[in-house]
Ligand binder design. Sequence first.
Ligand code: NAD
Ligand code: IMJ
Length: 257
Amino acid sequence: MTDLTGRFGLIVGVANKRSLAWAIAQAAGRAGARLAITYQGERLEENVRELSASLDAPLILPCDVTDDAQVADVFAAIGREFGGLDFVLHGAAFAPRAELDHPFVDTTRDGFRTALDISAYSLIALARGAAPLMAARGGGSIVTLTYLGSTRVVPNYNVMGVAKAALEASVRYLASDLGPRNIRVNAISAGPITTLAAKGISGFTGFLQAYRERAPLKRNIDASEVADTAVFLLGPAGRGITGEVLIVDAGYHVMGV
Ligand code: NAD
Ligand code: IMJ
C-alpha cells in the first residue's frame, strides 16, 4: 500500500538535507518512485544535484514558483521525460524576514503579496500544470505542507499564518475541482522541525520545548514522520482521502491546556 514502484513524482521545496521535501523525496524514492526534483535559483542547484545523486535517475529542474515560464517548463520536461505524472509534493514557503520580526499589524502590502504568492498561489499553479499529466495516468495525488499557524495565532508566524490559511482553503477548492479526474489534494500540518525555514526564528527552541511538554506523545516529531505520512497520502493507501489537512504533531493540537 505504500509502494510507489513505477510511479512518477515531482518534488518542489528542497533546499538542503534538512528540508521536509528532501525527507519526502528520499522516502518516495525508497518506495520505488522516479522523481523530478526542482531547485529555486542557481544558488541551490548544486545542493539539490548533490543530494539527488543518491536517487535513481532523477530529473533535476529549475523552478522559482513565482515564474510562470519556469513552472510551464517543469511540466513540459516531465511530459517529455516521464510521459505523465502520479504525484506532486509542494513544500515551498516564504515571507520576507521583516514580516516575521515585526508585529502582524505592520504587515506590508508587498510582504503580504510575496508570502501569499510563494506559499499559497504556487500550489494552484502547480496543480494546474500537473492535472493533464496526471489525468493521462488515470489520476494522481498532490500533497502540500502547512502549519497550525493557519488557524491559531502563533507568535511571529504572522503573515505566514494568513498564507497557510489560504493554502489550506486552496487544498479544498482544488480537491473539489480535480476530484472528478481522480486527482486528490491534501495537506500535512507538521509540528515544528528544525529546518532552514525554522532557523533563526526568534524563540524557535521555545516552540520545540512547548510542543514537547504539552503534546500527548511528550516529544517533538521528526522529518521521517512527515515523510511516511506523505508517502501514505501520495500513494494508493490514501486513495479515499482528499481535501484534508492531516496533522502530524505528536497530538499537540488536541490539548486545551
Ligand atoms: P525549507 O527552507 O527547507 O523549505 C522551504 C522551501 O521553499 C525551500 O526549499 C525554498 O527553496 C523553497 N522556496 C522558497 N521560495 C521559493 C520560490 N520562490 N520558488 C520555489 N521554491 C521556493 O524548510 P521546510 O521546513 O522544509 O519547509 C517546507 C514546508 O514545510 C513549508 O511549506 C513550511 O511552511 C512547511 N512546514 C515546516 C515546518 C517546520 O517546522 N519546519 C512545520 C510545518 C510546516
Ligand atoms: C516560523 C516563524 C514563526 C514561528 C514558527 C515558524 N513556528 C514554526 C515555523 C512555530 C514551526 C516554521 N514554519 C512552519 C514555516 O512555515 C516557516 C516559514 C518561513 C520561514 C522563513 C525564515 C527566513 C525568511 N523567511 C521565511 N519565510 C517563511 O526570511
